[in-house]
Design a binder for this molecule. Structure first.
Ligand SMILES: Nc1nc2c(ncn2[C@@H]2O[C@H](COP(=O)(O)OP(=O)(O)OP(=O)(O)O)[C@@H](O)[C@H]2O)c(=O)[nH]1
Ligand SMILES: [Mg+2]
Length: 251
C-alpha cells in the first residue's frame, strides 16, 4: 500500500495480457510489489481510515456547533480549484463570510492567492502526502479560527485518487474536472465521482478546442451516483457561475 495514505492494492487487476495470466503489478508508486501479508495490509488500511473517520466526526461536530459549513474541493492538479475560489471571493455573491484552508505538497502560493483576493487563508503543506486528512483539518481549523456561520473551503491536494478516501468533516464534497482532462475521467476514477455531492466541469471556454463531451461526462458521473449535480462553468469567462452561487447559497 501507499505508505502515506493507505490506498490499497487489494483490488488491483491487470487486464489484456497476451498469455491470459495475471501478473504482479508494481503499485508502490513505481517500486516493486511489497510482499506484506495481505491481511496485515488490509488491517493497517482499515485502522488508518477508521481513525480518520473518527477524527472527521469530531471536526463535523465542531463545525456544526458553530454553524460553519465546510466544503472539500477536490480535483486533478490545475483543474481550477483556487481560480474558482478567487472568482467566488471577488463575485461577493455568497451570503456567508468565506475563509480557506489550502492543501498542497509544498509552497504557500495558493494561500497567498486567496489572501490577495481578500479572504483569510492558511496553508497546509503535506510534504510527501497526497491528500488532506482529518487531523490536518483539525489543526488547520484551530489556526484559521473561522467565524460562526461562515463558509470554509478545504482545497485538497490536486489528486483524483486518495483524497476521495478521507473524510475531513466537510458538509459536502465538490469535485472539479476541467475540459482539458478528457471526458472519460468519471469512469476511470469512479471512487472520486461516487463520493462527490457536486461535480463542477470547469474551463468550458476551452470546449471549442478540445474533444470533451459534457453530456457524456455528466451521464457517466450520474451512473456512479444518480443524485449528482453537475455544473458546467468557466471561471475565465464567468458562464455558469450563477448556478454555482445558487448551489452555495442553498447549503
Ligand atoms: N481557460 C481557462 N483556464 C482556467 C480556468 N480556470 C482556471 N484556469 C487556469 O488553470 C490553471 C490552473 O488553475 P488553478 O486555479 O491554479 O488550479 P488548481 O486546481 O487550484 O491547481 P492546484 O492547486 O495546483 O491543484 C491556471 O493557469 C488558471 O488560470 C477557466 O475557466 N478557463
Ligand atoms: Mg490550487
Amino acid at each position: 500500500m501507499c505508505g502515506t495514505c493507505g490506498c490499497g492494492e487489494s483490488d488491483v487487476r491487470v487486464e489484456g495480457l497476451a498469455d491470459g495470466h495475471r501478473h504482479g503489478v508494481s503499485t508502490e508508486h513505481g517500486h516493486p510489489p511489497v510482499h506484506e501479508p495481505r491481511s496485515r495490509t488490509v488491517d493497517i488500511e482499515t485502522a488508518l481510515l477508521a481513525k480518520n473517520d473518527h477524527l472527521a466526526g469530531h471536526n463535523r461536530s465542531w463545525l456544526a456547533e458553530r454553524g460553519i459549513v465546510a466544503l472539500n474541493l477536490m480535483s486533478s492538479p490545475g483543474a481550477g480549484k483556487t481560480s474558482l475560489l478567487e472568482r467566488t471571493l471577488k463575485g461577493a455573491r455568497v451570503g456567508r463570510e468565506i475563509s480557506v484552508i489550502e492543501g498542497d505538497q509544498e509552497t504557500t502560493f495558493d494561500a497567498q492567492r486567496i489572501r490577495d483576493a481578500g479572504a483569510r487563508a492558511i496553508q497546509i503543506n503535506t510534504g510527501s502526502g497526497c491528500h488532506l486528512d482529518a487531523t490536518m483539518i483539525e489543526r488547520g481549523l484551530r489556526a484559521l479560527d473561522p467565524k460562526p456561520d461562515s463558509l470554509v473551503f478545504l482545497e485538497n491536494v490536486g489528486n483524483l485518487v486518495c483524497p476521495a478516501l478521507f473524510d475531513l468533516g466537510e458538509r459536502a464534497k465538490v469535485v472539479i474536472i476541467s475540459v482539458t482532462e478528457g471526458d472519460d475521467k468519471p469512469l476511470k476514477y469512479p471512487h472520486m465521482f461516487a463520493a462527490a455531492d457536486l461535480v463542477v466541469v470547469n474551463k468550458t471556454d476551452l470546449l471549442p478546442y478540445v474533444d470533451f463531451d459534457v453530456d457524456r461526462c455528466a451521464r457517466d458521473a450520474r451512473r456512479l451516483k444518480p443524485t449528482l449535480t453537475v455544473l458546467p462553468l468557466s471561471v475565465r469567462d464567468g458562464s455558469g457561475l450563477g448556478a454555482w452561487y445558487d448551489w452555495l447559497n442553498a447549503l
